[in-house]
Design a protein around this ligand. Structure first.
Ligand code: HEC
Length: 149
């Protein structure tokens, strides 16, 4: 996860130069505009919380493709959109499944895509490198614990 974190850090620096990382005032705020040091540090070891998964997986690994109006399958995974586009929302590829079904990682299409056994399309992130087993198991635990925001 260290390399993913450094990638995210680099993206944040680039964003800070362009627009102010964290939206405007910049210093001391994270990508969601929350004060650094409050709650979990997104740069620390990844945990099974949504905030940590967003900071260490969805933003750095997925949102390069899954953002904006042309996001694949209409799925935006940037920090402002990912939760409402995942939890209790039907998959476009397999509408019988929710992208994230609270309390049921085995039945969540997001997990099928990350583990490479989805009924439709390719393993995510498209083209790899794929998430390691420890990272996927934290995402599974977040879902099995109720997929809290
Ligand atoms: C290089 C671009 C790219 C990256 C990076 C990428 N995706 Fe995708 N994703 C796609 C494309 C294209 C599709 C539709 C085709 C397919 O499923 O193979 C897709 C489809 C999906 C779907 C199916 C959505 C639905 O409603 O059926 C999920 C879930 C998904 N991606 C999750 C992720 C996650 C999570 C990550 C990061 C770990 C990720 N993707 C990274 C391009 C990408």
């Amino acid at each position: 996860m260290r390399s993913v974190y450094w990638k995210w850090g680099a993206a944040c620096v680039v964003a800070a130069l362009a627009a102010g990382c964290g939206g405007g005032s910049g210093d001391g705020l994270d990508a969601n505009g929350r004060p650094l040091g409050e709650g979990e540090d997104p740069g620390g070891p990844m945990t099974a919380s949504f905030r940590s998964i967003q900071a260490q997986v969805f933003t750095p690994v997925c949102s390069g493709c899954h953002a904006g109006g042309a996001a694949p399958a209409g799925l935006r995974l940037d920090a402002g959109n990912s939760y409402m586009m995942l939890v209790d929302v039907a998959s476009v590829e397999v509408p019988a499944l929710k992208r994230v079904q609270r309390g049921n990682a085995n039945n969540s299409y997001l997990i099928h895509k990350l583990e490479g056994h989805a009924a439709v399309g390719a393993r995510m992130p498209l083209g790899g490198p794929f998430l390691d087993a420890a990272t996927i198991s934290l995402i599974r635990r977040w879902i099995d614990n109720g997929a809290q925001q």
